[in-house]
Design a protein. Structure first.
Length: 75
């Protein structure tokens, strides 16, 4: 299990828990879920439309990866 933290301007907005990205199809599915959660946060008013950071963590809380995404991305 991996945790994907959606952060914007250094502030944690939402967290998504899912299986780890093993195949390209897993990566596409998980990234689309993350973008959908970010779009929901925009509608809720908890973040702004545009770019955001995604921090990938192990279940222990250790950061293992991070990447930049955006609310307009479609994987």
């Amino acid at each position: 299990m991996k945790f994907y933290q959606i952060k914007q301007y250094g502030r944690l907005v939402k967290t998504h828990a899912d299986k780890s990205m093993r195949t390209e199809q897993d990566t596409i599915r998980i990234c689309n879920k993350i973008v959908a959660k970010a779009k929901k946060a925009v509608k809720e008013g908890t973040m702004l439309k545009g770019a955001f950071d995604v921090v990938v963590c192990e279940s222990s809380g250790e950061e293992i990866d991070k990447f930049v995404c955006g609310t307009s991305y479609q994987y």
